[in-house]
Design a protein around this ligand. Structure first.
Ligand SMILES: *[C@@H]1O[C@H](CO)[C@@H](O)[C@H](O)[C@H]1NC(C)=O
Ligand SMILES: *[C@@H]1O[C@H](CO)[C@@H](O)[C@H](O)[C@H]1NC(C)=O
Ligand SMILES: *[C@@H]1O[C@H](CO)[C@@H](O)[C@H](O)[C@H]1NC(C)=O
Ligand SMILES: *[C@@H]1O[C@H](CO)[C@@H](O)[C@H](O)[C@H]1NC(C)=O
Ligand SMILES: *[C@@H]1O[C@H](CO)[C@@H](O)[C@H](O)[C@H]1NC(C)=O
Length: 358
């Protein structure tokens, strides 16, 4: 981030991720590293949710579950409680003051849209009298608070690596990341990619995958994901100057289409779920993509902070829109707002303001 007030010292993942952050401006005392923000449980909190979407005029309809007729409200009332530490309560005005003059770019698929929307609603709710502007141009959206000189951009990009229309069809190029040219000049980059790597049939946007000079009709999706993410990691390592730019990776967001993961039957989905699971009842393990993400990050020279939201979100089978999207279908992939992505942003806020990461 700006003015060279941060430098990072990456030590690595061993049994716990240890990341030393020196911050001159935003600092609070470092703890001994015993606090893991991402390990904990969901607790009922009467003061939640952090905002009412009826006060968030720019909310996407598909995330506004209450407006779409979702009858239950209990899912709005859970706060993430790390086992060994306090998560600071989100203070939107403090966030805006500390990030004054900064440009934040979210890059990724609709889960990035989910998190970006959550953050804009949280911030608007904190400073409702402050003017904001919102601008959408194709796949790029800009939300600004002129009073604070803070802008939050969203670049829709499902794979991070390039998807190119050629004569033979649309090609997903695992080694090519020309997209990166538009990611320069930001203070904070928050990347995400995963869900689209799994799409098949009508939802698969490419006809061919190109990797290391070879063009194929298809390949193992986890292998493709690893190659694409590695290309991204090399882009970050050779293009990001960490004295001016801080990089986050929004971790793998889990879906809830298979009740077996929480001790129900396979045909049970997120639909009709009204309460979180607990660690002891949620038996689904870590999705394989999480291991890929951690391996790729481990091999980077740039200290990328992983928003390791997978486990905490796995416990929220109740957090999805299901049939309350205003569209057809049963969405157990995105998240209602207010909801789980608010917690991802609280974690982002906590890391930015306390320097704690693990
Ligand atoms: C949000 O505000 C509206 C209008 O004031 C109210 O009817 C609704 O119950 C509120 N929703 C929640 C979840 O508090
Ligand atoms: C918001 O913008 C309007 C029009 O640009 C301006 O008149 C008003 O003073 C602004 N409000 C604040 C609080 O800056
Ligand atoms: C990174 O940015 C700082 C501050 O602008 C500059 O002094 C430094 O030379 C840059 N480092 C590289 C490797 O470009
Ligand atoms: C799973 O469900 C079965 C049957 O309802 C119950 O006996 C068992 O205790 C449950 N297991 C856990 C871990 O909750
Ligand atoms: C780690 O990076 C080095 C250098 O970029 C590369 O040669 C190596 O194959 C990578 N290892 C893994 C496990 O990705």
């Amino acid at each position: 981030m700006g003015d060279g007030f941060r430098s990072f010292c990456w030590i690595g993942f061993s049994w716990i991720l240890i990341l030393c952050i020196h911050q001159v401006q935003l600092s609070e005392p470092q703890s001994d590293g015993s606090c893991d923000f991402f390990k904990g449980s969901w607790v009922f909190d009467e003061t939640y949710p952090l905002y009412n979407t009826s006060d968030c005029p720019f909310i996407e309809q598909e995330f506004d579950c209450q407006a779409n007729g979702r009858p239950d409200k209990l899912y709005l009332k859970y706060r993430w409680k790390p086992s060994d530490c306090m998560l600071p309560r989100f203070n939107g005005e403090d966030f805006l003051r500390k990030l004054k003059g900064k440009k934040i770019l979210f890059i990724g698929d609709s889960l990035s849209l989910n998190q970006w929307q959550s953050l804009t609603c949280m911030l608007h709710a904190a400073v409702p009298q402050s003017n904001y502007t919102i601008n959408r141009k194709g796949d790029f959206s800009t939300f600004s608070f002129p009073d604070y000189e803070v802008s939050l951009m969203l670049s829709r990009n499902a794979f991070l690596v390039d998807l190119v229309k050629e004569k033979k069809g649309t090609v997903l190029k695992l080694d090519s990341i020309e997209n990166g040219k538009s990611w320069k000049g930001y203070d904070l980059l928050i990347f995400n990619t995963w869900h689209w790597w799994l799409h098949k049939g009508r939802k698969q946007p490419w006809d061919f995958i190109e990797s290391r000079g070879k063009v194929r009709k298809d390949m193992d999706r986890l292998v493709a994901f690893r190659e694409g993410l590695t290309t991204w990691s090399e882009w970050v390592d050779s293009n990001v100057n960490t004295t001016t730019t801080q990089v986050f990776l929004q971790g793998i967001s889990p879906t809830h289409f298979n009740g077996k993961e929480w001790n129900e039957t396979k045909s049970t989905t997120c639909r009709g779920q009204t309460t979180p699971a607990t660690d002891s009842t949620y038996e689904g393990g870590s999705p394989p993509a999480v291991a890929v993400v951690k391996e790729v990050l481990k091999n980077m020279s740039t200290p990328v902070i992983l928003l390791d939201v997978t486990r905490l979100s796995q416990l929220r089978r109740d957090g999805h829109p299901s049939i309350y999207t205003g569209l057809k279908g049963n969405d157990c992939s995105h998240w209602c707002l207010a909801g789980v992505p608010d917690t991802w942003n609280q974690l982002l806020y906590a890391i930015l303001t306390t320097g704690e990461t693990s």
